[in-house]
Design a protein around this ligand. Structure first.
Ligand SMILES: N[C@@H](CCC(=O)N[C@@H](CS)C(=O)NCC(=O)O)C(=O)O
Length: 207
């Protein structure tokens, strides 16, 4: 049985969503962020040296890093929600699977960190938002061209993209000026498996 080490308001929410989509059996161990620092509790380091969420345990193995976990779960489910058959869609799938954490999350995280730094943070923030806007414009164009990130069907690439898009709506100016992205997010958040994952994960600030 898979164990998900789930931190509140975190990337592990999308792992719960994927597990619900795939119908794989799992249990959840919960952790709460420190209310002041927002860091994960030290006990998560006992599970994995990085002490970050998500982490899963399965068949005696411990696996960290969302993208690796998502690929592992897709493989375990026989490739369901994995790369589409069409070659171009498959390339999009691969790209967005990496893009979510590799390119889109870093400026969003930087914005969050800088927003907590007085004076110099405010000055630096002015340089970050235009970087984020380039990403959000790119995402909007992609979703104007097709209903899901990798084509006509929902895939695990959508699961990976859910957290940065939710974060962008919460704190980086994603609004009605990018209607295809917002429509995609509304569609995702209405999916039965997504809703079940929210119930399992507990209160989620980005829902
Ligand atoms: N790229 C990693 C990032 C992991 C990460 O930073 N997780 C955050 C939650 S969204 C975390 O554990 N933060 C608490 C901490 O740093 O103490 C992944 O996708 O798994």
């Amino acid at each position: 049985m898979i164990t998900v080490h789930h931190l509140n308001n975190s990337r592990s929410q999308r792992v719960l969503w994927l597990l619900e989509e795939l119908g794989l059996p799992y249990t959840v161990k919960r952790y709460e962020r420190d209310a002041r620092t927002m860091f994960a509790p030290a006990e998560l380091r006992a599970v994995h040296p990085l002490g970050k969420s998500p982490v899963i345990e399965d068949e005696g193995r411990v696996l960290a890093e969302s993208g690796a976990i998502v690929e592992y779960l897709v493989d375990k489910a026989g490739g369901r929600l994995g790369a589409p058959a069409d070659g171009d869609d498959a390339l999009r799938y691969r790209m967005f699977l990496h893009y979510a954490e590799g390119s889109l999350m870093p400026p969003l995280l930087l914005k969050l960190v800088l927003s907590r730094v007085p004076i110099m943070g405010k000055i630096a923030l002015k340089r970050i938002q235009p970087m984020i806007d380039v990403h959000l414009d790119f995402v909007e164009r992609e979703l104007a061209a097709r209903p899901w990130f990798a084509g006509a069907e929902m895939t695990a690439a959508d699961v990976m993209m859910s957290f940065p898009i939710e974060a962008a709506r919460a704190r980086a100016g994603l609004d009605a000026t990018r209607p295809h992205t917002l429509a995609w997010l509304d569609k995702v958040q209405a999916l039965p498996a997504y809703r079940r994952a929210i119930e399992v994960g507990g209160p989620y600030a980005y829902d």
